[in-house]
Design a protein around this ligand. Structure first.
Ligand SMILES: [Zn+2]
Length: 445
């Protein structure tokens, strides 16, 4: 056997001026790259070793760019991209009851969800997101849009008690959700989560069923919880306990729980989350825009709770921009605690990548650049007036770059964004479909 027989088989090597593996705090590698075979990363290699180690392999060098794991948007309602800007500047319940729920009741159907999700996927790929966790009606259509695009996603089996275009009631949501789960469970880029909307829209008995099924199938649960003070106070008035206490009593606090928002937390509750290994999904821009409150990120991290970041839906954010979101997470934390060290550039990047992978139960597959993991990664072009000079690429991404600097995106080893062009989605068709929805939802006189 010759020496080369010990080298992995490689399809392609992509190198860049910097590589941030997200495996060690503040670590980046200069002039480094990724060797891909099929869907996986098979080697991380220094640029000056490529020719000697892999003389036959196609090598692409991205000058002035940085390679890092793709962002994981740990909470969104993808199809709500069609409702972006429909209604702004209202508190959560008024916004939901007056603006969002009536429009959803009238317009949400299969096409709405497929085309809305497709629009969201296009926006996410253009922003460097390679995986998202979704919660919306018609998860079968969302899964189809995911499959057709090549992006990775955890699709929410959405659950509410009331009748929707998707299902008659909570049991029907569970039954239909599980059918979709069965239909797509062998897909390499799609996984699932149970997505009961919130403790105030889903009954105790339903949450008990969800808890049982989640344990039985080892499928995570994402739920909006403690989003606002109003939610907590109303729940106490009605049930005599705080919403998180209900989840604890049911047994939902576990490493399978993705608690979304968590702006209202006392010290005891932070301990519960830490002891149970539950994950918190922080959506800072949605929380700021709806004036919901501030998630206590520093106390959660100090207690050892895994933190992930989500954009929430485009109707409440109003974009699916993870660079902007992780920057907001860091800046909001500093202001909230009046402590500039409370959430560093690296900690916010971590929450937006590895933190998300852990929350979604995908930490062995994605979230960092390591041998054996899926080749889900992005390149960001720092060779711009706005992001020069580069002393520290981690700082540059967290505090100075914008999503239009995301140049290339790979998911499962396949390039989905090439020099800012989508390779699997038709932008013009997506724009045209979205404009048709705009005319249908709010006709112009
Ligand atoms: Zn949400």
């Amino acid at each position: 056997m010759d020496n080369n027989s010990e080298l992995p088989q490689v399809d392609q090597i992509i190198t860049a001026d910097w590589l941030i593996p997200m495996t060690e705090e503040d670590l980046w590698l200069d002039d480094f790259g990724i060797a891909i075979k099929g869907k996986k990363i098979v080697d991380l290699v220094a640029k000056d070793k490529v020719a000697e180690k892999y003389p036959e392999v196609k090598h692409l060098h991205l000058e002035g760019q940085v390679l890092m794991p793709g962002f994981i948007n740990s909470h969104c309602h993808a199809a709500m991209n069609l409702l972006r800007g429909l209604s702004d500047d209202l508190p959560l319940m008024e916004w939901l009851e007056k603006a969002i729920w009536p429009v959803e009741a009238k317009f949400v159907d299969d096409n709405f969800v497929y085309q809305g999700t497709q629009h969201a996927i296009a926006e996410m790929l253009l922003s460097g997101t390679t995986c998202f966790q979704d919660m919306y009606f018609m998860p079968n259509q969302a899964a189809k849009a995911v499959q057709d695009s090549g992006i990775r996603a955890s699709i929410g089996m959405v659950i509410v008690e009331f009748q929707t275009a998707w299902a008659q009631n909570a049991q029907d949501c569970i039954d239909k959700g599980l059918e979709v789960f069965d239909q797509f469970k062998h897909s390499s880029a799609i996984c699932f989560n149970f997505a009961p909307h919130a403790p105030y829209t889903v009954a105790k008995e339903t949450l008990e069923k969800v808890s049982m099924l989640s344990n039985e199938l080892n499928v995570p649960v994402q739920i909006h919880v403690h989003e606002t003070e109003f939610e907590v106070e109303s729940f106490i008035k009605e049930h005599g306990i705080r919403p998180l206490t209900r989840l604890k009593e049911i047994g939902l606090l576990s490493p399978l729980l993705n608690a979304v928002h968590m702006t209202q937390l006392n010290e005891g509750e932070i301990d519960w989350l830490a002891e149970s290994g539950s994950h918190v999904i922080h959506c800072p821009q949605s929380n700021m825009k709806l004036a919901s409150g501030v998630c206590p990120t520093l106390q959660l991290m100090q207690a050892g709770v895994n933190l992930a970041i989500g954009t929430d839906g485009a109707a409440s954010n109003n974009d699916l921009d993870m660079i902007d979101e992780l920057r907001s997470a860091s800046l909001l934390s500093k202001l909230d605690y009046l402590d500039p060290t409370s959430m560093t550039a690296y900690q916010s990047l971590y929450a937006a990548t590895m933190g998300g992978a852990k929350a979604l139960g995908l930490q062995d597959k994605i979230g960092s650049l390591e041998k054996g993991k899926r080749a889900d990664f992005i390149a960001i072009d720092l060779n711009r007036i706005e992001t020069q000079p580069v002393y520290n690429p981690v700082s540059q991404i967290a505090y100075a770059s914008s999503r239009d600097q995301v140049s290339n995106v790979w998911v499962n080893g396949k390039q989905l964004l090439k020099n800012r062009q989508l390779t699997t989605l038709n932008s013009e068709l997506i724009l045209s479909n979205t404009q048709q929805w705009r005319k249908k939802i709010r006709p112009i006189d």
